[in-house]
Structure formats: C-alpha cells, structure tokens
Design a protein. Sequence first.
Length: 417
Amino acid sequence: IPAENINSQVAEKLKELSKQVRIKGFRPGKIPKNILKQRYGSHARQEVLGEIINSSIESAIKDNNLTIAERPEITEAKDLDDGGYSFVAKLELMPEVPEIDYANIEIKTTTSEVTDKDVDKMIKKLQKQKQEWKDSKAKIAKGDLVTIEYAAKVGKSQVHPESGTEKMGILLGESGVPDELIEAITGKKKGDKDSLKVDFPDVFNVKEMAGKKLNIEFEIVDHKKGKLPKIDEEFVKAFGVESGKEEDLKAEIRENLERELANAILIKTRDAVLKTIRKEIKDINISEKMIARESSALAHQSMDQARQMGVENPEHPDHKDFEKSAKERIINSLIISNIAKNENIQVDYTKVREKVIEVSQTFEDPAQIVEYYYKTPELLSSIENTVLESQVIDWITSKVKLQEKKIAFDKIMNSAD
C-alpha cells in the first residue's frame, strides 16, 4: 500500500476527528494538525490500514472471481521505510465443481399415492388414541396394555431397581420393549410370573439396563384391553372437524397425508439426486480444515438435539465421527450453489410464501406463524435456502434420466423416517 494512499486517508480521518474530540485549550475544529497527529495519528493510521486491507482483499476476490470458504487470514504484515505498508493475505477457496454431463446420468427415485386404505389406517390410529381401557382376565394379546412388576439382575446381583421391584407399563406391539419380553408376556394372564434373559438395546429408556443382557424376573400385576370408540359426530369433532361428518374428517386426513407424502418424496428425491451427483465428482478436493469445521458444527448440533430430548449435560461427541456426513454436506452445498450460479437460478419468492404457509398449517394460528416468519430473518432465510435447493433439484431432474418406482404409502413413509 503506497505511503501517499495511507497519508491522504489518515489526513481525512484526523480532519474528522478534529470536529469530534475535545482538547483543553482548543475549540472543536480548531485543534492544530501537529497536536492531532501527535495524539491520534497512530490510531488513525491503524484504522485506515484496516479499511484499506479489507477493501484491497475484497477487490482482489472480485477481480479474480474467487469464491472463498472463510474469512481471509493475514499471514505477513509490516511498515515500509517510505511510510507505506505491505501485507500478505491467505485465502481458502471453495473447491471448484467440475463440469457434469447430466444427460448421461441415471437416477432412481420412488413415488407413491395416498389410498382409501391409508386413510382408513389413520382413522384406526385416531380411534386407538381415544380408546377406553378396561380390566381383563383374558389371555394377553397384541395391543393390550400390561403392567409388570420386575427386577433386572446379572446373576445374583440386582441391576435395577437397586432393591425390590419396579413397575413398567407395556403396550404390546407398540412400545420399545425387546421382543423376547413381549413374547414371554403374550398369552399369560394377570397374576402370572416368569423369568427370562433379555438383551436390552443401547437406546432403552432405563439407563441402568440399556445395552445389557439381563435376567428379568416379573409378575403381571395389571392387564387391560382397549375398546375402540365409534366413529360418530362426537368422535369427529374431537379432532377439530366442526361439521362432525366422517367424510370431512377423512378429507382432512387425506390432505394431511398427501402433504406428508409430498415432503417425503421430495426428501428421498433430493437424497437420491445428490448422492448420484456426488459420485460423479468423487475426486473433488475438500480441505481437512473445511471438513473439521463442518464436523464440529454437526457434533454441536447433535448435542443440541440431545438437550431438546431431555438429556442433561450430554457428552461432547468426537467430531471425527461426523466427518463422512460433514464431507457430504459440503459437497451437497457446492453442487447446489454451483448450479444456481451457472444456471442463474434465483429464489422464487412465490414458492417461499407457499412454503411458509404450508409450515403454518400445522399450527393453531397459521396467520400468526406466517407473520412471525416474515419478521424473523433467520427463519425466512432457512425457507429461502430450502426453496432454492428444491429449485436446483428440479433443474437436475429435468436434465437427467429419471427412473421412478411406485411403492406403497407406508413403505415410503417408513423409509423417510
């Protein structure tokens, strides 16, 4: 940076300061230049250098059409004998995405539709939510609600509870209890006792039992069978359908299922498209620094999710466990941004509003949610990114050879989960 560039801007900076600062014995704006320079010259020079360095780097990036991965790093800097200044900036560039022949790429995706049978299944689930539970002396069967009193042991040592027994409620066929225990309970009656060895999964909700093979001694202390309610006006209104008509409830259920299905198909298509394109550019060079940064972000995200699920003080996971996902996310982002730039794909704000409205429909007061999104830049930006990504995926699917396979609604929704 030549000395004349620095000196002229420092002079302007000091001129501005003379109107703002107060020095005893001088009126504002009448402070002699030599006194101003003596007191504030060094500070003004540092400010000017900071501004020139930033503008120089920005110009270099723009003139050379560079896309940087993070803020530039000043690696060398020194004052020159003639009053000038010299610096070296190191830039980490985003990897370049090579040209891709989309016309010769084949992508397999799945699709589906909501049938009357799917709607009826959802009605059955709603009935189960409202079912009445009545004491039973019959044999226990799938769908029954059972309470056992148990103790978990390894040999003669009791693992849980510390002493005595503890009760556990089990909805047969719908709880996270191991199959061995469900099979042991099925066919028995209230008052029956049994013991068996059970392998508990790592995610079992009793911490002391999770991931262990234990001997379970239990007694069935309560047994209830459910009675499904009739699909009448009262039942329908209980789910917010004011007309009380079954056909209106079914229409609302179908609309919800179709919205969920559309989202599931969108996600599966997105994943299939990006997975295929990643294979086409598998040799792209991603720096270890970028991967480490993204891995760390994913690790922190997993901790936030654990807290949201009620885990207090979750352990900080090793960010290396997230390196594969991190690299995939980086490449996905590169693919999306590269195509959007090259094909001049701009965010469709009509689709943004449609997406915001779609999200709002899952809340009690949709209008309030829409207003909140448009008043919260971070939330709106997230929707804009989602819409742009969807537009790019649409562009890719219009160029490649797409093979769609139709599968059942349940299958596509379960795989989406």
